[in-house]
Design a protein around this ligand. Structure first.
Ligand code: PSV
Ligand code: MN
Length: 430
């Protein structure tokens, strides 16, 4: 049976560590004071940081080869919310959940809203799924959705996105994220321009249905499921589409959706400059869209992205308010542990970027002092901000050590009986 994480358990577990944390925090406060940084200001910002959890990330992922179901994994959106509340109660920075429709569709959205309210959770961006057919679907998405040559398939995809907006309104969301798998597998299969024209025409219809206080986020992806061309394959096509649609349309950057070695932080800077940065799907990757845990391989790249974000915040850049969200697949770990670790990893990058001496950096840049400019970033990155993150969690009622407290709670074993495994071991969507 699901039980919300016991606040007393959090207190007991925290009590074991508070003494050491205070010592480490004071030592870091002194170190930062020598650099004229007030640790309390930084901790306050760390405590304000929020990143959304993807509903689908709470289940065990898989590859196109196989999926190994996890014990007690959630079977529906209500159980996904239960697990999301565990993540938020321990991490203190994941109060929003991003649903995916129709995977998370319910008959009664007011019931779902009541359920999330009771768990102190809010709703983030709504993701529409037109990359697979639903059973009995009349017009297939096999050859694309919003860009399909068949108008009836396009209309179905448009209608689904408009439904997503309506469901999102019932949940209190303000953003629609559109990622489509449309593309081609063979050179010559598709007329590039005509396909993009059809996509834009469909997107314009969805855009017209957008409430005035909503945003539409367009997510680009270089490959997969189409392996030769993808309709919104990179940030170029993405920003073109967003510009064509209007000010409520912005681009979303999923870290795994670029060719290896692409300078993602520079893409972020460009999108910020033209008020087109909608948000992020954080994850890490070595080869492609691996969907590994955030910061597990490239923590410096993640920091450099936050360096751009904090710089925009520092300069009070107009129109800057990106959504932060995780988008990962957890194939061999407990998804709750991976999501807590990942949220903290992204929060760490944010906090480290707050420590960059921006006046000094700007002087070095102005004087073309490459080594000192680079060292200014490295100096901030190399400071271990763990005590700030732990203190922010402690003060917001979370756990100093989320994974240790989670394990002490026995959540997985508690829900295992109520959530018997479906026994499926077929391939899963990652
Ligand atoms: C596509 O690979 C993606 O990154 C999009 O955000 C989807 O909505 C999500 O993954 C679903 O798995
Ligand atoms: Mn994504």
């Amino acid at each position: 049976m699901f039980q919300r994480i016991d606040k007393n358990l959090i207190k007991e577990e925290n009590a074991k560590q508070t003494g050491f944390l205070n010592e480490d925090y004071d030592a870091l406060a002194n170190k930062l004071a020598r650099k004229n940084i007030d640790i309390e200001q930084v901790t306050k910002k760390a405590a304000e940081f929020q990143i959304a959890v993807p509903s689908w990330g709470t289940g065990t992922g898989g590859t196109r080869f196989a999926r190994f179901p996890g014990v007690g994994e959630p079977r529906n959106i209500f159980e996904k919310l239960e697990d999301s509340s565990v993540i938020n109660d321990l991490s203190g920075c994941t109060e929003r959940v991003s649903p995916h429709f129709p995977w998370d569709k319910v008959d009664d959205f007011s019931e779902l809203k009541q359920f999330s309210d009771a768990l102190d959770l809010k709703w983030d961006s709504i993701n529409s799924n037109t990359f697979q057919d639903q059973s009995g679907q009349e017009h297939s998405f096999k050859y694309g959705s919003l860009s399909n040559t068949n108008k009836a398939s396009r209309d179905l995809a448009i209608e689904h996105n408009i439904d997503c907006i309506k469901w999102g309104q019932e949940l209190g969301s303000k953003t629609l994220t559109v990622w489509v798998g449309d593309g081609s597998n063979h050179p010559g299969q598709q007329h590039f321009q005509h396909a993009f024209e059809r996509y834009l025409e469909s997107m314009k219809e969805i855009y017209r249905a957008l409430p005035s206080d909503w945003e539409m986020h367009i997510e680009h992806k270089m490959f997969e499921p189409a392996f030769y061309s993808t309709i919104i394959q990179d940030w170029g096509s993405n920003i073109l589409a967003a510009m064509e649609l209007g000010p409520q349309a912005r681009s979303l950057v999923d870290l795994g959706h670029h060719a290896p070695n692409v300078n993602i932080e520079m893409i972020v800077s460009r999108l910020i400059q033209f008020k087109k940065l909608g948000g992020f799907h954080f994850n890490d990757s070595k080869y492609g869209d691996d969907d590994l845990d955030s910061g597990s391989l490239h923590p410096y790249q993640q920091f450099l992205i936050f360096n751009e974000l904090v710089d925009a915040e520092y300069r009070k850049q107009e129109g800057f308010s990106p959504n932060y969200m995780l988008d990962q697949s957890h194939n061999v770990t407990d998804p709750i542990e991976s999501l807590m670790n990942s949220a903290a990893s992204v929060q760490r990058s944010y906090v480290s970027a707050l420590l960059v001496d921006r006046t000094l950096l700007s002087e070095y840049q102005q004087n073309n002092d490459a080594i000192m400019a680079s060292n200014t970033l490295k100096n901030a990155f190399n400071i271990d901000v763990s005590p700030i993150l732990a203190m922010a969690r402690l003060r917001s009622g979370g756990a100093i050590d989320p994974i240790a407290t989670y394990r002490a709670s026995n959540h997985r074993a508690n829900v295992a009986k109520a959530r018997p495994s479906s026994g499926q071991s077929g391939s899963g969507i990652v």
